[in-house]
Design a protein around this ligand. Structure first.
Ligand code: NAI
Length: 728
């Protein structure tokens, strides 16, 4: 019979053999988390197990939810502040102590992991002596805390180090927060058995209990050894300095408190006994959870991402629709990637280019990706064939007959885009969704080239499409709500994250990334050494250094955008303010013919195969001189990049291009490489030291030093004056 414990989050069932099954089943939530009710239940369970120890033959821990256990309660953790550090410490230590009481009871405890066990979920399982994982759909196992600016503070650092050895624990589990399918988790050593059915899972759990009348963890044995090197071994001490050095190299000096604390907790914890290690781990956890960076990252990667994917920006009341057959026009770099992503989601694809040969080449791109996936065991021969069979390459416009969506990705030329839509609009389904992948051209003007303007919308993918998770949906002036909802559904159907913006030149992403680039180039104009400019971008936390990014995008693209914007503004009687980057870009292209990597030379030199050699020595000769620019503080270099992007994002809210903070944060991190530690371009303002007023004060200082482009938009000045942050 099932009896509730003091609180009902953990159910207790004992069978006639004395085996207790603890079923995690929070009655108030769809997933189990480490909330107050769980903590109370866990203490009650530990008390009861100790009291009834004599009649307990073994314990099985499993869950009644789809996932095993979802982890920490992020709603609580995101609110933690330094003043509450002691409370957070006590909260964590209580869970750890209760898990430890169950672990050291002297009876075998088995985790029957029926679904995802991430973070706190895996930590509960690690406190068990044996782990059996069900290979269920969507099952993932790992400690992703680092990706939220945290560390596994429920014993995860202490136990993985003792289970896997310090190197494997750090590299395979802790520092990057990888999530594994059950099979891979077994290979790594996180679980012992993988089974295919719930019945097998419970049978395996019982079998372990029957075979092990008493059970202990290796770390309960006096003199246990950490795999791969005990703390007492000289090799351990010898290797220690390599960890911080490697971390520094990997993160290029960008803020990474989680990784720093994980490293410290693992290394210090490995040199002391288990109980002390748990306390060390708790201290490092508390420091992170009460700090700003974990708040930023939880806000972005949990709350904002959830809001974006759940459809905060999707019009309500419109039934969801799925696309069955899509026409991709243009089989170049973007078209080929879009075709692959659609076919991967099961959509039939007509991939059209000017010649059969060009279309075949676009399809070959998918074959290449699949070959790679096959060689890494990430797909099967059958899946590969099925996906390729869904892509039909063609040069014949008639082949688009019956398509219920069109995604255009031909050259960035409005007249050509109009022409290709003209060619197919009568052939596709009469209500087909019409999308353009333009990265710079205003959607409203492009829509004028089609008959059904309300079905026309921007669908801005990022390169490389198969890897980049974001799609920016651009609503033109005449785009209908129905088209917006359908575009949103299509992006979700291909398992990408959609943000929604209103039309404007460059939309959100292409416009804002331009400021990052311009700031980097402006520093050169001020005489800052090019290597220092690159270092500033890396240390600010940008995944791509600014001059190398520019070489990839080409130096001609920002010039083209600038010139077109200037022209458009002049037509309205306005003038685009001059930017210190302008002259450097113009000279690079016009005087030196250096247009970027695809042109063979840019800010960097390249060999014939396009391999980057090093920064072009001519930059010093022609632009920066030797040692000039020494009066720009390094902190200013970093913040000029971050602030210029954040300030223009606020202007985009003023202009009505952006409408939700979640879209801005997620779009900036996932689309244009705004540093993840900030939580996104608006969270950066909210979380800046001193909040928005602190941000405003610093922007004014930058404005004084570097010019009007750092002027504070009135929306931000108002928020700061009212003591408000930006929120949805
Ligand atoms: P690309 O030059 O690699 O490919 C363009 C393709 O369109 C070529 O294969 C060309 O043969 C084909 N094409 C030309 N006329 C055609 C016609 N009449 N019918 C069918 N196909 C035709 O260009 P890419 O980089 O793939 O860009 C395509 C579009 O995507 C552009 O609008 C670009 O602004 C946009 N975009 C590009 C990004 C990038 O990173 N390259 C990122 C996001 C958007």
């Amino acid at each position: 019979m099932s009896e509730p414990t003091a609180a009902t989050t953990i159910r207790w069932d004992q069978d006639s053999d004395g085996i207790v099954t603890l079923t995690l089943d929070d009655p108030d939530q769809s997933a189990n988390t480490m909330n107050a009710a769980f903590r109370t239940s866990l203490t009650a369970v530990a008390d009861r197990l100790e009291a009834e120890r004599e009649s307990v033959r073994g314990v099985i821990v499993t869950s009644a939810k789809q996932s095993f256990f979802a982890g920490g309660d992020l709603r609580l953790l995101v609110q933690a502040r330094p003043e509450g550090a002691q409370e957070v410490f006590d909260y964590g230590m209580r869970v750890k102590r209760d898990l430890r009481r169950i672990e050291t009871l002297g009876v075998p405890v088995v985790a029957a992991i029926n679904g995802a066990a991430l973070g706190g979920g895996l930590e509960i399982a690690l406190a068990c002596h044996h782990r059996v994982a069900l290979d269920a759909q969507g099952s993932r196992i790992g400690c992703p805390e680092a990706t939220l600016g945290l560390l596994p503070g429920g014993g995860g650092v202490t136990r993985t180090v003792r289970l896997l050895g310090i190197t494997d624990a750090l590299l395979n589990v802790l520092l990057q927060g990888q999530q594994y399918r059950p099979g891979k988790a077994k290979e790594i050593g996180l679980v012992h058995e993988v089974v295919q059915t719930p019945e097998e899972m419970l049978a395996a759990a019982r079998a372990f209990i029957e075979a092990n009348p008493t059970s202990q963890q290796p770390w309960d044995v006096k003199g246990y050894k950490i795999p791969g090197g005990t703390p007492a071994h000289p090799r351990f001490a010898e290797n220690l300095p390599a960890f911080p050095a490697n971390l520094k190299k990997q993160t290029a000096g960008a803020p990474c408190p989680a990784q720093r604390n994980i490293l410290a907790a693992a290394v210090e914890g490995a040199q002391v006994d288990f109980e002390t290690a748990q306390v060390i781990e708790a201290r490092y956890f508390v420091e992170l959870v009460c700090g700003q960076i974990s708040t930023n990252m939880i806000q972005a990667f949990f709350f904002d991402l959830q809001a974006v994917n759940a459809g905060r920006s999707r019009p309500e009341g419109i039934a969801e629709r799925k696309v069955t057959k899509v026409a991709v026009l243009g089989a170049g770099m973007m078209g080929a990637g879009i075709a692959y992503s659609c076919a991967k989601a099961g959509i039939e694809v007509v991939l059209k280019d000017v010649s059969q040969e060009a279309a075949e080449k676009g399809k070959a791109y998918s074959a290449g990706l699949l070959d790679k996936a096959l060689s890494r065991g990430r797909t099967t021969e059958a899946e590969r064939e099925a996906l390729l069979a869904r892509i039909v390459p063609t040069a014949d416009p008639q082949a688009v007959a019956g398509c219920d969506a069109v995604i255009e990705a031909v050259f960035e030329d409005p007249a050509l885009k109009h022409k290709v839509f003209q060619e197919i609009q009568q052939l596709v389904a009469p209500d087909a969704l019409l999308c353009s992948n333009t990265s710079t051209l205003p959607i409203t003007a492009l829509a004028e080239g089609v008959e059904r303007q309300d079905d026309f919308i921007g669908l801005h993918f990022f390169s490389p499409v198969d890897k980049m998770p974001l799609v920016e949906i651009i609503k033109g002036r005449r785009t209908g709500d129905e088209a917006l909802a359908r575009a949103f559904d299509l992006v979700r159907q291909i398992r990408k994250t959609p943000i929604v913006v209103n039309d404007s030149r460059g939309f959100f992403t292409s416009r804002v990334i331009g400021h990052f680039i311009n700031e980097g180039v402006a520093l050169l104009a001020e005489g800052v050494d090019p290597a220092t400019v690159e270092q500033a971008a890396a240390q600010a936390g940008y995944p791509a250094k600014v001059l190398s990014l520019m070489d990839e995008l080409t130096l001609t693209l920002p010039r083209k955008i600038r010139d077109e914007t200037r022209q458009a503004l002049r037509a309205e009687g306005k003038e685009l303010p001059a930017h210190p980057a302008d002259a450097v870009l113009d000279r690079m292209v016009d005087e030196f013919g250096r247009t970027g990597r695809s042109g063979g030379a840019g800010f960097y030199d390249y060999d014939e195969d396009g391999k980057r050699l090093g920064l072009w020595p001519g930059l010093r000769e022609h632009f920066t001189g030797e040692g000039a620019g020494g009066d720009v503080p390094f902190e200013d270099m970093k913040e000029r990049m971050l602030f210029s992007e954040a300030l223009d994002t606020v202007r985009l809210f003023e202009e009505g291009v952006l409408t939700t903070v979640a879209d801005a944060n997620i779009g900036s991190i996932m689309g244009i490489g705004f540093p993840a530690w900030t939580g996104g371009v608006i969270q950066y303002i909210n979380g800046y030291e001193g909040g928005p007023p602190g941000f405003v004060a610093r922007a004014r200082q930058l404005e004084e030093r570097y010019g009007e482009r750092f002027a504070v938009p009135s929306l931000l000045a108002e928020k700061a004056a009212l003591g408000e942050t930006f929120s949805d």
